[in-house]
Write a protein that binds this ligand. Sequence first.
Ligand code: DC
Length: 224
Amino acid sequence: MQKIFSIAIDGPAGAGKSTVARAAAQALGAMYLDTGAMYRTVGLYFLRKNLLENPDEIARRVDGVSVQVKFEGGAQHMLLENEDVTEAIRTPEASMAASAVGAVPEVRAYLVRLQQETAKGISIVMDGRDIGTKVLPNATLKLYLTATAEVRALRRYAELREKGETPAFHSVLDDIVERDYNDMHRAASPLQRAEDAHLLDTSNMTLKQALDAVVQLAREAIGA
Ligand code: DC
């Protein structure tokens, strides 16, 4: 039997982390956990309560927010107070809300605990901002995926258009730049490359090329 392994994939918004992580998990027979979806779920809760401007109140209340991850037919579903919010968390407002609540240390402590519990005893690929630095510091393989802000904004723009939305490109780019700034400059676990993470710049790669590179590195690290 193959030994248990964990793969940590970090990087800024739109670098291709979730697409690559999901496909790599499938290729390697591991579970995939999208931790951004968990921050989005908590973000949506406090967005709905109109409390995003109030980090003290977020810190006080977060332990009482019911966040559950469910896997149905291989897909990750997010439940917020038992409501399936898998679709509702994919709006630009929920992205910004996730980035805002992600700056609150109590939110991070709450979600990191959930993430580490989920990873216990299984092979897993996890993506996020602090997986290699905080959540899985002993991961079998750590990767830092990035790309220029323009390339990442183009990818997000194409995703939104595919869903039937008609955003202005400059607003998608502005959101990416603002979220990069928030995620990299917050005091609590800012987005940074772990010292021992492989850097993969996907600006001039197709996602298939990025996936092949990740699976190759993973097979070497796992010894498969
Ligand atoms: O990966 P994503 O774009 O769905 O993440 C949404 C936001 O959640 C991101 O801007 C920052 C926050 N986040 C975080 O702080 N830590 C993580 N491990 C994952 C996401």
